[in-house]
Design a protein around this ligand. Structure first.
Ligand code: HEM
Length: 416
């Protein structure tokens, strides 16, 4: 029995839940991108509440929702019981409402509505973690499976810190030590996104050829998982001198990742649209992010309060766009049947090079504080992403329409 469900072997039992979550994720992300373009070109000076909605529509509405879709896809292909299928469906519908609702709450208030809606969002994260954990029990686990497990487990902790932070800001009650306002984003951006970024990149590289995880693969996920916990504790206890150790644990995991995936990376054809090309770009994003994290941890002796805002924003956006958005575009590539993709031959290159050239210019503008670079490259990156969201929305819709019109033909085409 292969450990990896072979797409096309038979229709994925959760294909409408997977597509539904990806569709909602794309719709919510368009809000983040539009705010990002207006903010990055300095056309609009947004109030902090709108910026926080921009952050969480991106991190919860796009990334976390897509991670949920990928979890159903990866853990839900074989041997799904009726109860697990129903639970997956309810969780998908619940998350599609709770996550965007919470993300948009940030735009309007610092008050009680945030911890309340945040708790509803946290329930979705805990629900998916439980579902993945139950599914994992009967499976032969590959490195991407382990990456998802470690990442979703950490997002539960990051979410709890987020709800406590929202409570502290809304009520003034001291439910979290001072370091909590850094511990939440750090736990999420490092502890949640690095393992899931590595998992998605490997899955996009090896799609039908995943193998059971060996010791090296387990260390690749275990070290960053541990690093995320050490970083969180060091910030909560205000022990900033420990943070560089956490950064080194992350680096060790990424070195193993590069070693294991180097042959696939080298085999990537950069001129042709493919899942592997998105995986390769995502891998460069992971390496750049970890090197920058270690440089900043060393240079500022682990005290991230002293790091210039531009550097932190560059760190965050190379993770959000460079790592996760590239990897999720790889998934959307797999979710679109070849005969539909072939109708827009140029689109793949416009999306890939527009997003990544835009990102490099945008990140350079933030890192070296060159405003003109930021103003030129933000709309390039943003427009390429919006084009991708519109095209993939049309293609998923087109695929569903075909599936409905000619189920046999669609099934024969082995559409996941
Ligand atoms: C249930 C889930 C979540 C809750 C309850 C939550 C809550 C919060 C709260 C209350 C803040 C502080 C806002 C303020 O300063 O007024 C915040 C900031 C932040 N959160 Fe979350 N969040 C969640 C999920 C996430 C995820 C999944 C990520 C990233 C992967 C994330 C990344 C961030 C970042 C980067 C900031 C700092 C923004 C800034 O200061 O500019 N959050 N979050």
């Amino acid at each position: 029995m292969s450990v990896q469900p072979v797409p096309g072997a038979h229709p994925h039992p959760l294909r409408s839940e997977v597509r539904g979550l990806l569709q909602v994720a794309m719709a919510v992300f368009s809000f983040t991108v539009v705010i990002g373009i207006l903010n990055g070109t300095d056309l609009v000076d947004f109030d902090r509440r709108r910026i926080l909605a921009h952050v969480h529509a991106g991190t919860l509405g796009w990334i976390t929702m897509s991670v949920f879709a990928a979890s159903l896809w990866l853990f839900g292909q074989e041997g799904l019981g009726e109860g697990q299928r129903r639970a997956a469906r309810m969780l998908a519908i619940y998350a599609a409402v709770a996550l965007p609702a919470f993300a948009f709450t940030f735009a309007f208030t610092y008050g009680d509505a945030r911890p309340v809606m945040g708790s509803f969002a946290l329930i979705a994260i805990v629900g998916f973690f439980a579902w993945v954990l139950i599914r994992a029990r009967g499976m032969t686990l590959t490195v991407p499976h382990l990456g998802f497990l470690a990442a979703v487990a950490t997002s539960v902790v990051g979410g709890v810190l987020g709800v406590l932070l929202a409570t502290k800001i809304a009520t003034g009650r001291n439910v979290l030590p001072d370091g909590g306002s850094d511990a939440h984003p750090a736990t999420m951006v490092v502890g949640f996104l690095i393992p899931v970024g590595m998992a998605l990149a490997e899955w996009c590289f090896h799609w039908e050829r995943l193998k059971p995880a060996g010791r090296l693969g387990m260390a690749q996920i275990g070290l960053p998982f541990l690093g995320g916990i050490v970083l969180m504790v060091s910030l909560l206890l205000d022990a900033s001198q420990v943070a560089p150790i956490a950064a080194l644990l992350e680096l060790a995991g990424v070195v193993i990742f590069i070693k294991r995936l180097w042959p696939s990376f080298r085999a990537t054809n950069w001129a042709q649209p493919s899942m592997a090309r998105f995986a390769a770009a995502s891998s460069i994003g992971i390496l750049f992010n970890i090197l920058l994290l270690n440089y900043l941890a060393g240079r500022y002796s682990g005290n991230f309060d002293n790091v210039p805002t531009g550097n932190l924003l560059a760190l965050d956006h190379t993770m959000f766009i460079g790592v996760l958005t590239n990897a999720i575009f790889g998934l959307l590539y797999a979710a679109t049947p070849a005969h539909i993709r072939e109708r827009t031959p140029l689109a793949g290159n416009v999306i890939f090079f527009g997003t990544n050239v835009g990102l490099v210019g945008f990140a350079a503008g933030l890192l070296f504080e060159v405003t003109m670079l930021k103003r030129i490259f933000t709309p390039i990156m943003g427009t390429a992403i919006l084009f991708s969201l519109a095209l993939h929305t049309y293609q998923i819709w087109e695929r569903s329409r075909e599936g409905a019109a000619e189920p046999e033909t669609a099934r024969a085409r082995g559409l996941a």
